[in-house]
Design a protein around this ligand. Structure first.
Ligand code: AMP
Ligand code: MG
Length: 526
């Protein structure tokens, strides 16, 4: 297989002069050359046919020994020079200094069908940026990254992709709950694919060192390769870059809110300059609708990255990016204007998105209230977000909410309630009121029930990668059974389709998963 290597990052940008793979602070450089660490007995667990296809890789190649060797770091692509990227970041609100690709190694940028893709191994060994960690990744988190990248793409959410998931054959020591109980786990490598893996933190690192020369090189490179439609090499261009990044970031977060995705670690080093969802760690999906929910146990105290705050945190991160770009712009006003606009547009776009989830097309003044009331109702008792919105599409606009206290008016959404018996008293009255208002509102629309259902089902997924589903796949894979990975991968390729034969996955989280590690509780330990 001849990869069509078209490296731009390492050919356009300054690199680290040091070539030894030792952990260090790196200055005036965007990357360090480093080779993946060879592994004992690599084994391909799964690969994405879609990603292989857009990279121009045939089925037989993906099943070959060479594919396995390259995508586990045991052989490097001919004429390539693998490298780790240098970046910094704000972690949980605090400047953390140099971070960088501590366990990610870019193999090459390759071109196929006039599109260029960066191929990056995650978990292929230590790099100059590994600090005190080992540069490795374990099977459980690699399964979660591989499956979720692909699931998010099929949900229509901007994301990095995942080509392959392999075992390395090496054991990795991890303390999952950071409570002094380390244990060996199977090591794994994922090959991530994206147009670029540049992050907000890639700019912050140079701004923090007042290295405006490298900062400018990186901004010019980003404009030239990823935002060619914007003005190049001028102050106006850097402002336009910030505006474009802020718009893409906003769009990404609105999608997260739509599908109930909680990233879990929205540090600035995990924010893509292309507005892609990146770095799948302790992410999760809302089951019970709770704006304060975060899957990340490391964040349990402050819940900085809770579902309902993702829009504000993205803004906070954008502010850090604005600060980093400021030396190139030297004028705060246009950057501040973009920030102000983000705030305004977030509300507008969130409102539009929620209306689409409800199948509302006309503009009416009361819709905002209707949405706010719904969000309150959803959190009165544990109510599954995905099942609720999917079910709501089946509600008839002819429905008459009865006076008596029966629950038949909730028939279309009743499966969403974790304990339907809790829907009584005031809660029941709230729901009666809301469904009544919603039906009245639907009657103003011209869409028939069938048309509305079709539209709603295009924005309200039926299947998402609930943590417990990933956990079932992980436990089977740990025993050498990869069938669940394949099943979920197939299921999540068509998240909006009914897939009647797969309805076992259209179900509330089972009770056993409520408190299980890996389901309700995840840590950054991966
Ligand atoms: P994350 O929380 O995964 O976004 O990682 C934050 C920083 O820590 C990044 O610079 C990572 O590359 C680095 N990092 C995380 N896990 C490891 C690991 N096992 N070995 C080396 N570096 C790591
Ligand atoms: Mg990261």
């Amino acid at each position: 297989m001849n990869f069509n290597i078209k490296n731009t990052f390492i050919t356009n940008l300054p690199g680290d002069q040091e070539t030894e793979n030792t952990r260090r602070q790196v200055d005036e450089a965007c990357y360090s050359f480093v080779k993946p660490t060879k592994t004992e007995s690599p084994e391909l667990v799964h690969y994405s046919k879609e990603v292989a296809q857009f990279l121009g890789l045939s089925k037989s190649y993906c099943q070959s020994q060479q594919f396995l060797k390259i995508f586990t770091g045991n052989e490097i692509i001919e004429n390539s020079k693998p490298y780790a990227m240098c970046y910094g970041g704000h972690q949980f609100g605090h400047w953390a200094g140099q971070l960088g690709d501590g366990r990610a190694i870019n193999l090459a940028e390759v071109e196929h069908n006039a599109k260029r893709w960066a191929l990056q191994l995650k978990g292929a060994g230590a790099t100059p940026y590994s600090r005190s960690a080992d540069g490795l990744a374990v099977l459980r988190s690699s399964i979660r990254e591989h499956l979720c990248s692909e699931a998010m793409f099929h949900l229509g959410v901007p994301t990095t992709r995942s080509l392959s998931l392999s075992l390395t054959g090496t054991k990795v020591l991890r303390d999952v709950l950071y409570n002094g109980n380390p244990a060996y786990e199977k090591g794994a490598v994922v090959c991530r694919v994206a147009t670029s893996f540049i992050r907000f933190g890639s700019f912050e690192i140079f701004a923090s060192k007042r290295d405006n020369i490298t900062l400018k090189k990186l901004a010019d490179y980003t404009l030239k390769h990823f935002y060619p439609e914007l003005e190049q090499g001028a102050k106006k261009g850097y402002v336009a870059l910030f505006k474009a990044v802020s718009e893409r970031t906003l769009e990404m977060v609105i999608h997260w809110q739509r599908v109930g995705f909680v990233h879990g670690v929205m540090n600035t080093d995990n924010m893509s300059i292309l507005g892609l969802t990146i770095d799948y760690g302790p992410y999760g999906w809302l089951e019970g609708y709770d704006k304060k929910w975060t899957p990340n146990t490391t964040d349990i105290q402050h819940k900085r990255y809770q579902y309902g705050q993702q829009g504000d945190i993205a803004l906070w991160n954008l502010l850090k990016l604005a600060n980093a770009l400021y030396p190139l712009v030297e004028d705060a006003a246009p950057l501040e204007e973009i920030i102000t606009n983000y705030k305004k547009m977030y509300s507008v776009k969130y409102f539009e998105m929620m209306k689409s989830k409800l199948g509302l097309e006309l503009d009416t003044k009361k819709d905002l209230k209707l949405i706010e009331q719904l969000e309150l109702n959803l959190s009165l008792t544990e109510t599954d977000m995905t099942i609720f919105f999917r079910g709501l599409a089946n509600l008839s606009k002819e429905l008459v909410v009865p006076e008596k206290a029966d629950l038949t008016f909730l028939d279309s959404v009743k499966n969403a309630f974790y304990k339907i018996e809790e829907v009584k008293g005031e809660t029941l009255l709230f729901w009666k009121d809301w469904i009544g208002q919603y039906v009245t509102r639907l009657q103003k629309e011209e869409l028939s029930d069938i048309e509305r259902k079709q539209k709603m089902n295009l924005v309200n997924p039926k299947y998402v990668l609930r943590n417990y589903m990933a956990q079932i796949a992980i436990e089977a894979a740990d025993k050498g059974d990869y069938t669940v990975i394949d099943e979920l991968y197939g299921l999540l390729k068509r998240p909006y389709d009914e897939q009647i034969d797969q309805e076992k996955w259209f179900a509330k989280r089972p009770e056993w998963a409520r408190t299980k590690v890996g389901c309700s509780m995840l840590s950054c330990s991966s």
